[in-house]
Design a protein around this ligand. Structure first.
Ligand code: TYM
Length: 382
C-alpha cells in the first residue's frame, strides 16, 4: 500500500495535507451545497468567509444539527483550547468561526480550557504555568466577542468536580486498546494522558440537545470515541464541523505551531515584529527574480502569504480575485503581497488587542457569574 506523505493527529500535523484524502481516511463528509443553502437561510445570506472559501470543509452530522434547529429542538456549540504561553493566529480560527455560529443561531457555547491536558503532555510544564497560560489564553478568547450570558468558559482543574461523575461513566466505557489505537499511545505513556480523552468528551454531554463542535480536523479522533459511546449514556453522537490548518509562515506544509516561534504570528506580536516575520520568513511561491516573476507569475499552491490572505485576512472576494489574478500572472511581486498581508494582520491584531484590554473586566462573567456560567456551577453532570 502506498504511504501517505502527510500525517494528522491531535498532537502533530506534518506534510502537505491532502484534505480530500483525509475526508476518506477519517470517514467524514464534505460540506454539501444543500447544507450551505440551509445555513444561508438562517444567516440571511451572510456566509462566513471560511465557509465561502471551503476552509471549514468537512463535517459529521451537520445536517442533523440544522434539522434539530429547524424543528425547534435546538443545539449547542462546544470548542476548546490546551493553553500555551501565547496563542497564535491559527488558534483564533475555530473561535472566530464559533462566535459567528453563536451570532447566527443564538445558541450556548461551552469552551473547555485543558490546563490538565497541557500539563500532563509535557514533562517540563508545571500546573502553575499551565494555569497562568490558561488565564492569559482566556483573555484572548473573550476578546473574540462571545455572548457573556450564553457562553461558559471553564478550566478543567477547576470545573472537574462538577464533571467527574460523567467523566467516570465515560472512562468506564473506554478501554486501553481503543484509546491506544486512536491516539497512538503506548505502555510508556503516562496514565493521565490515557485517561484524558474522557475529560475532553464530557462537554459534548453538557446538554441533552445535540452538540456541534467547530475545530480543526486534528481533534476528530476524540469525537470518534465519543460517537461510539454517547448513545449508551443517553446522549447524541457529537456533530462536528472541521477546518483546514492555517499553514506555518515558513512552509505551506503542516500547521502553524507554537513550538516554532519564527513560523507563527502570535496575537501579542507588535506591528514591527509581524512585519519582520512576514517579510523575512513567509514562504513564497513567487519566482527567484523580478524578471521571472513578471514572466511566469507565482505558484499560489505553495505561497503562504497568498494562503493566509485567502484563509482569513482578505474577506473581500473582489479584492481577493484581483490579488489572485495579479499575483499568479506576475503583475504583482512577492514583496507587494507580503506588504498587503502584513498590513492586514496588523489591522486584525490591533482590533484584537483593543478588545483584549477589556477582557479582564469580563473574566468573571464568562467563568462564574454570567447566566450560563451560574447555571453550570449549580449543575453536577452525571
Ligand atoms: P489546541 O490548543 O491544540 O488548539 C485549539 C484549537 O485550534 C485549532 N488549531 C488550528 N486551527 C487552524 N489552524 C491551525 N494552525 C491550528 N492549530 C490549532 C485546534 O483544532 C483546536 O480547535 N485538546 C485540544 C483542546 C480542546 C478542544 C476541545 C479543541 C479541548 N476540548 C473541543 C476543540 C474542541 C487542543 O489541544 O487544542
Amino acid at each position: 500500500m502506498q504511504e501517505d506523505n502527510f500525517k494528522v493527529t491531535p498532537w502533530e500535523v506534518t506534510g502537505k495535507v491532502d484534505y480530500e484524502k483525509l475526508i476518506q481516511q477519517f470517514g467524514t463528509q464534505k460540506i454539501s451545497e444543500s447544507i450551505m443553502k440551509d445555513i444561508s437561510k438562517v444567516s440571511r445570506d451572510r456566509m462566513h468567509v471560511m465557509l465561502r472559501r471551503n476552509i471549514f470543509f468537512s463535517h459529521r452530522d451537520l445536517d442533523l444539527i440544522l434539522k434539530d434547529y429547524r424543528e425547534g429542538r435546538g443545539f449547542f456549540l462546544y470548542t476548546g483550547r490546551a493553553p500555551s504561553m501565547g496563542m497564535h493566529i491559527g488558534h483564533l480560527v475555530p473561535f472566530l468561526f464559533t462566535k459567528w455560529l453563536q451570532d447566527v443561531f443564538d445558541v450556548n457555547v461551552y469552551i473547555e480550557i485543558t490546563d490538565d491536558e497541557k500539563f500532563m503532555r509535557n514533562q517540563e510544564y508545571t500546573l502553575k504555568q499551565t494555569s497562568e497560560w490558561a488565564h492569559q489564553n482566556i483573555l484572548d478568547i473573550i476578546a473574540v466577542g462571545f455572548n457573556p450570558d450564553k457562553t461558559f468558559i471553564f478550566k478543567d482543574t477547576e470545573y472537574i468536580r462538577n464533571m467527574y461523575p460523567l467523566v467516570a461513566s465515560i472512562a468506564k466505557r473506554l478501554n486501553f486498546s481503543q484509546v491506544k489505537a486512536t491516539f497512538g499511545l503506548d505502555v510508556s505513556s503516562n496514565i493521565g494522558i490515557l485517561f484524558y480523552p474522557a475529560i475532553q468528551i464530557v462537554p459534548t454531554m453538557f446538554e441533552k440537545a445535540r452538540c456541534l463542535i467547530p475545530a480543526a480536523i486534528d481533534q476528530d479522533p476524540y469525537w470518534r470515541l465519543q460517537r461510539d459511546l454517547a448513545e449508551s449514556l443517553g446522549y447524541h453522537k457529537a456533530a462536528e464541523i472541521h477546518s483546514k490548518f492555517l499553514p506555518p509562515l515558513a512552509s505551506s506544509d503542516g500547521k502553524m505551531s507554537s513550538s516554532v516561534p519564527e513560523s507563527a504570528v502570535y496575537l501579542s506580536d507588535p506591528p514591527k515584529t509581524v512585519e519582520k516575520k512576514i517579510m523575512k520568513y513567509a514562504f513564497s511561491g513567487g519566482q527567484a527574480t523580478t524578471e521571472l516573476q513578471r514572466k511566469l507569475g507565482a505558484d499560489l499552491n505553495v505561497d503562504v502569504p497568498y494562503q493566509w490572505l485567502y484563509y482569513i485576512f482578505e474577506e473581500d472576494d473582489e479584492e481577493m480575485k484581483r490579488i489572485t489574478s495579479e499575483y499568479s500572472s506576475g503583475k504583482m511581486l512577492t514583496g507587494e503581497i507580503k506588504k498587503i498581508l502584513a498590513q492586514k494582520v496588523n489591522e486584525l491584531l490591533e482590533e484584537h488587542r483593543k478588545r483584549r484590554d477589556m477582557s479582564e473586566k469580563m473574566y468573571s462573567k464568562f467563568l462564574y457569574e454570567g447566566k450560563l456560567a451560574k447555571q453550570m456551577w449549580e449543575k453536577i453532570h452525571s
